[in-house]
Design a protein around this ligand. Structure first.
Ligand code: PRP
Ligand code: URA
Length: 210
């Protein structure tokens, strides 16, 4: 697994506002969108492209276009939905699949309550988005879902991660082709498995249900 932790003052600045408990939902949503577009730049570094010949007003030249089959963006509901538009802004031709997962507060195990993905993901690059990588249970289950459908190239984009979550994904994926892109690597988890310092419950903060 390849891990990339962002190191850019604009990203750290936006994350700082996001972490602030006084930041209201509309600003939180807007910042999430802006952060995803910055992180997506790194996450799509290896997006597959095919050469394409075009004519400029001056001459003929060869550029590139995104290859087929088109990339698949998979937000993990609910909080991942806040990151979807940022990804599709950068890759407008991507298709979108959905995974609905919720973590049980007591057992910390994720349950999958919704799934709308293509049956066959062979040959597709998949981009999973979820703001929070805490214990790693939810993202790990999502990645396994994609591999079970034939995916062999998965990039996960999270705003915040923990060393525990990164290790869990690393151990789970082994030498499979997984790229993890984080906005920041936080200190760890508290006794309720919330990310510290974190930003609280991402879904509640995005959708105003605190
Ligand atoms: C949050 C978050 C991740 C998960 C992370 O979702 O968006 O999916 O928790 O925790 P983990 O790494 O320990 O699995 P939650 O289950 O709260 O659902 P929500 O998006 O509907 O709020
Ligand atoms: N889910 C969240 O939304 N926040 C955390 O800190 C951990 C899990």
């Amino acid at each position: 697994m390849r891990l990339h932790v962002a190191d850019h003052p604009l990203i750290t600045h936006k994350l700082t506002v996001l972490r602030d408990k006084r930041t209201p939902s509309p600003v939180f949503r807007q910042l999430t969108h802006e952060l995803v577009t910055l992180l997506a730049y790194e996450a799509t570094r290896d997006v597959r492209v095919t050469p394409r010949e075009i004519e400029t007003p001056v001459t003929t030249t060869v550029g590139v276009e995104i290859s087929s089959p088109r990339p698949l963006v998979v937000p993990i509901l609910r909080a991942g939905l806040g990151m979807l538009e940022g990804m599709t802004t950068l890759i407008p031709t991507a298709e979108v699949g959905f995974l609905g997962m919720v973590r049980d507060d007591e057992t910390l195990q994720p349950t999958t309550y919704a799934e709308r993905l293509p049956d066959d993901l062979s040959g597709r690059q998949c981009f999973v988005v979820d703001p929070m990588l805490a214990t790693g249970g939810s993202l790990g289950a999502a990645i396994e879902f994609l591999f079970a459908r034939g995916a062999d190239d998965v990039t996960a984009v999270c705003l915040l991660g923990t060393p525990e979550g990164v290790k869990m994904i690393e151990d789970m994926v082994g030498d499979r082709n997984v790229h993890l892109v984080l906005g920041a690597l936080d200190e760890g988890l508290n006794d309720r498995a919330y990310i510290v310092p974190g930003l609280g419950d991402a879904g509640d903060r995005l959708y105003g249900t605190v």
